[in-house]
Design a protein around this ligand. Structure first.
Ligand SMILES: [Zn+2]
Length: 346
């Protein structure tokens, strides 16, 4: 097998423009795009693919997406077999890739123990079995909850949060998700750092290569800093489901605007200036455009665009069944619990 692949005769998305009749080289050993002038690949070691006018561009990696096209990643209910769930997941992957998303963290809203144990083994990372023909791929599950501040639950199930996420002494993550599920299939956990036991959980997650993200939280700035010191490096959907910034108590936004002498210099896992990354729902509904710009201008290198999409993405407007017996009203991109003002993800 040729070590190098050369894509020719296509359009290449480069520096915000589509470059005509451009080419891309890939080293199949490292999987990386290379500069042929530096690596000087030999012709006999190169496989040439004629794109015939097709486009090469980066894929979108969505670290927070709950479902799409009518399929809910947490939706293995008693009426659905595991085979049906896998078929639904497969079909969703095929359609998701048409939106430009090539890989993602299938995200579960707060659930009960038995649901985590059933579903997490089905949402693990594709890993070496990756096949581009199968569409978008999972990089591992994102469990959002149930270790939240109950005042910042958004559209999540209050029962799951109160019965699992707000116990004292606190339940351990591995008790709720299942130990093997947590360490084999979960890549990211959103939790509130001010909750009893949360800092120990953040330490355990980061020591095991799982991203601990701060979110659905009533944390003060100092409590959020404690979460970062414990090992967290991401904020879940900045502005939504957290306290607003106050000039004397900036809350989580204070991490984004961290004073220069207070950045986490010894943390190479964070963005390159020592501040945490942050997810942002930049749809103009969850966050005002001015607030989007404020975050971007303050800390552009930390911004991670997320969709936080739910299963109704790509579905018709109207009233739809939601989790836990609730119903949700969809009007374009706006989703609200029936009879309430709550926006999904707020
Ligand atoms: Zn959320």
């Amino acid at each position: 097998m040729a070590r190098y692949t050369r894509f020719i005769n296509g359009f290449v998305f480069r520096d915000d423009t589509l470059a005509d009749n451009d080419e891309v080289w890939i080293d199949s050993q490292s999987g990386q795009i290379i500069d042929p002038n530096v690596h000087c690949p030999l012709a006999e070691n190169t496989n040439i693919i004629n794109l015939q006018g097709k486009i090469i561009c980066p894929g979108f990696i969505d670290i927070q997406i709950n479902g799409a096209f009518g399929f809910d990643f947490a939706g293995l209910d008693p009426n659905m077999s595991v085979i049906e769930f896998k078929q639904g997941l497969h079909a969703t992957n095929q359609r998701l890739v048409t939106t430009g998303t090539t890989s993602y963290l299938p995200t579960m809203t707060s659930q009960f123990e038995k649901t985590y144990r059933k579903i997490l083994p089905l949402l693990g990372p594709t890993g070496a079995s990756r096949d581009a023909a199968l569409g978008a791929e999972s990089l591992g599950a994102h469990t959002e909850g149930p270790f939240f501040a109950h005042t910042k639950k958004g559209c999540h199930s209050p029962e799951a949060i109160l019965s699992l996420g707000n116990t004292s002494p606190p339940k351990l993550l591995k008790q709720v998700y299942g130990e093997e599920n947590l360490f084999s299939y979960v890549k990211m956990v959103t939790l509130a750092p001010e909750r009893e036991g949360a800092l120990d959980s953040i330490r355990e997650l980061s020591q095991n290569g799982i991203v601990a993200s701060i979110g659905h939280t009533a944390a003060t700035y100092q409590e959020a800093v404690a979460g970062i010191i414990a090992g967290s490096k991401v904020i879940t959907h900045l502005y939504n489901a957290m306290n607003s910034m106050h000039h004397r108590e900036p809350g989580l936004f204070g991490l984004v605007a961290c004073p220069r002498d207070k950045v986490f210099k010894d943390r190479p896992d964070m963005s390159d200036d020592g501040r945490p990354y942050y997810g942002l729902i930049a749809d103009g509904l969850h966050v005002h455009p001015a607030a989007i710009r404020l975050a971007w201008e303050t800390h552009p290198r930390g911004l991670i665009l997320i969709t936080d999409a739910v299963m109704l993405m790509g579905c018709e407007d109207g009233v739809h069944q939601w989790t836990n017996g609730q119903r949700i009203v969809k009007r374009g991109s706006l989703l609200q619990l029936e009879g309430l003002e709550t926006i999904a993800g707020r």
